[in-house]
Design a protein around this ligand. Structure first.
Ligand code: C5P
Length: 213
């Protein structure tokens, strides 16, 4: 029985100086529609942790964050209280090693920026998994099924929503996408459809899952 869930959504942004940051193309639409669908399915409590996005669902517990470190802190805070986690956020893989307190001036022709790896939040959840069902997302450009299956296993997930980015499937900042569902039982290919419809079929799939632990 799924009563309480945690959804992460949107991009994270990693500051460099007071003006610049590192981020990605995530709009937060996918997480938004998953939350809307959860409400239709009478989930009692929805904790929604989001990076900067214009897509914010109402009537859910909203927690706004900016960086991957902040997202990790909030996710871990709520992890033990939920039955299901859907990590739809596109977390920045790297952050600037230094956050410059003042604006970087443009006197020099080139500057180097050292990046350090962010923690992998979902892997951490996989390692600490007890009763929770864990859903991850992955975007791949090559060897998509091999890489997807590796992630499903390595991150100890119950389901991975896999997107192949290509000319015909841009996935970011568009309304439609084509995704695969990977579980311990294999690969399910879905048609290209609206992100709101993907949320619907994802929920059907989730309700048919049995936790793998
Ligand atoms: O390994 P990859 O970044 O492709 O995995 C994507 C999945 O892992 C997404 O569900 C994303 O939210 C999550 N992730 C994370 N922490 C990171 C990077 C990705 O939780 N630092």
């Amino acid at each position: 029985m799924i009563n309480s869930i945690l959804i992460t959504s949107g991009p994270t942004i990693e500051p460099i100086d007071p003006l610049m940051f590192i981020s990605n193309h995530s709009s937060g639409k996918t997480g938004y529609y998953i939350a809307e669908e959860a409400k239709k399915r009478d989930i009692e409590r929805i904790v929604y942790i989001t990076g900067p996005s214009n897509y914010i669902p109402d009537n859910v517990d909203i927690i706004k964050v900016k960086t991957a470190i902040e997202m990790r802190e909030q996710v871990l805070k709520h992890y033990n209280d939920v039955d299901l986690v859907i990590m739809a956020a596109v977390v920045s893989d790297y952050a600037s090693a230094k956050i410059y307190p003042d604006k970087i001036n443009k006197d020099q022709e080139s500057i180097s920026l050292k990046l350090i790896k962010n923690p992998d939040i979902l892997s951490e959840l996989g390692n600490r998994k007890k009763k929770q069902i864990l859903i991850g997302f992955a975007v791949e450009t090559e060897n998509i099924f091999k890489n997807g299956q590796k992630k499903l296993k390595k991150k100890n997930l119950d389901l991975l929503v896999l997107t192949e980015i290509s000319e015909s499937n841009k996935a970011f900042k568009v309304d439609e996408s084509q995704v695969y569902f990977l579980t311990g039982n294999g690969i399910k290919a879905n048609k290209k459809m609206k992100k709101s419809e993907i949320a619907g079929i994802l929920w059907n799939e989730i309700l048919n899952l049995k936790p793998n632990k």
